[in-house]
Design a protein around this ligand. Structure first.
Ligand code: KE4
Length: 427
């Protein structure tokens, strides 16, 4: 495929934007080559500036659950824009979106809207620390919660459970307050609570981790986290930025029947515009300024256009029973892919739940980050590039999840399956 215009744009971008991109994963560093630049997108397809078209299985990392440029969302944003782009004053749409979030997610008694998933999870931590008066938190390896300092932390070496910075610029002293444990191992959590229970403000987890590919919680694991947090008075935070309003209208917490104390949201609730949200128990949420002592704020929080997009997206999902449709498409995709993999002779693992999936190039099942790290990254890279040339865009990293939307119909799924069969033969 000719990508001359994208190459020119990337060259120009590199002069003014670090790495040429505004978010690292877009740079294609994990798969080689250069990113293409999008001209326009519609439904399940994106077209680059050189006129190449791709079936899109990234969906802007989750937000475009109806497909790109979905008419109800575009119309709602257009109409809202005519009445003003930002007020910094309360507006009816932010009340409506707050009510919709609370009506779909029973554990969310109150919610605060913000502008990104990072803000949402960062604010959950500050709330939990303010509510409990404790400083330590627990996260899990392979889970990503955005780029706030307390969450850019890697597991300490060996038995040392205190975290170490996972990015330059994160102070050691702050990172040490974050303990990083293996996902799907409730005993490890219980052991740390026995040692530090009184100092731990919160446990934050992606109930279905989608940032090291995609793997699922083992039966009872999330229930164990709930029991341990209740026993020691720690706040259980579900980071549903990716799973919220995607895996079910009530998110992963509905699917697994586990009630967190706080939840973070983003992506789908913004309809493609910048939105985050965090909410949960009223007694915790009422700690937030101006009502309580925990400060949190945002110039564009509750922005009328972003609210209009989120409301239109959720209303469309409700009206079309979108979650049931996505469940069906996801199941059909898993059946098709497993048939293709059987015939291909490749050792792959295909993890799927609802409209999220990941094809791992490894022999053993993937239940956590260590399993995922055993993948053949070179084979994934060749698969990614082959699929791209075949007009199918999947996540440019083995350690990312894939997404389908309501716009992924039979023709897109058949075309992608056909491309997959052809590319696997070349690996
Ligand atoms: P944002 O700040 O990017 O809106 O959200 C951060 C975040 C928080 N929690 C979860 C579970 C997330 O998946 C994310 C962001 N996801 C990545 C995809 N792996 C966004 C893509 C990117 O960073 O460019």
């Amino acid at each position: 495929m000719n990508r001359e215009r994208s190459e020119q744009l990337f060259k120009a971008s590199l002069e003014r934007v670090p790495g040429g991109v505004n978010s690292p994963v877009r740079a294609f560093r994990a798969v080689g080559g250069q990113p293409f630049f999008v001209e326009k997108a519609s439904g399940a397809r994106v077209a680059d500036v050189d006129g190449n078209e791709y079936i899109d299985f990234v969906c802007s990392w989750g937000p475009n659950i109806l497909g790109h440029a979905a008419a109800p969302v575009v119309e709602a944003v257009r109409e809202a824009a005519l009445s003003g782009l930002s007020f910094g004053i309360p507006n009816p749409r932010e009340v409506r979106l707050a009510q919709m979030i609370c009506s779909h997610v029973p554990s969310v008694e109150k919610v605060r809207l913000c502008n990104s998933g990072t803000e949402a999870t960062m604010s959950c931590l500050r709330l939990a620390r303010g509510f409990t008066g404790r400083d330590r938190i627990i996260k899990f390896d392979g889970c990503y919660h955005g780029h706030s300092d307390s969450l850019l932390v890697a597991a300490g070496s060996g038995a040392l459970t205190f975290g170490r910075p996972d990015s330059a610029g994160v102070p050691e002293a702050l990172a040490a307050l974050t303990m990083v444990l293996p996902f799907n191992d409730a005993d490890a959590v219980r052991d740390v609570f026995r040692l530090h229970g009184k100092e731990i403000a919160a446990v934050i987890v992606e109930p279905v981790p989608g940032n090291a590919g995609l793997y699922l919680p083992k039966p009872g694991y999330l229930d164990d986290l709930r029991k341990i947090c209740s026993e020691f008075g720690a706040v259980l935070i579900f980071d549903e930025v990716m799973t919220g309003f995607r895996l079910a209208s009530g998110g992963a917490q509905e699917l697994y029947g586990v009630t967190p104390d706080l939840s973070a949201f983003g992506k789908v609730i913004g309809g493609g515009l910048p939105v985050g949200a965090f909410g949960g128990r009223s007694d915790i949420m009422d700690m937030l300024a101006p009502h309580g002592p925990v400060y949190q704020a945002g110039t564009l929080s509750g922005n009328p256009l972003a609210m209009a997009a989120g409301i239109a997206q959720l209303e469309t999902l409700e009206a079309e029973n979108g979650w049931a449709k996505l469940e069906k498409t996801g199941k059909r995709m898993a059946e098709t892919v497993s048939d293709i993999l059987k015939k291909s002779g490749h050792d792959c693992q295909f993890n799927q739940i609802g409209s999220m999936f990941c094809l791992y190039f490894c022999e053993q099942p993937v239940h956590n980050l260590n399993d995922a790290k055993k993948c053949d990254l070179d084979k994934f890279k060749r698969f990614f590039l082959g699929m791209l040339e075949a007009g199918v865009y999947i996540a440019p990293s083995q350690f990312e999840a894939g997404f389908i939307s309501l716009a992924h119909g039979e023709s897109e799924m058949d075309a992608a399956a056909e491309a997959m069969s052809r590319v696997l033969v070349t690996l």
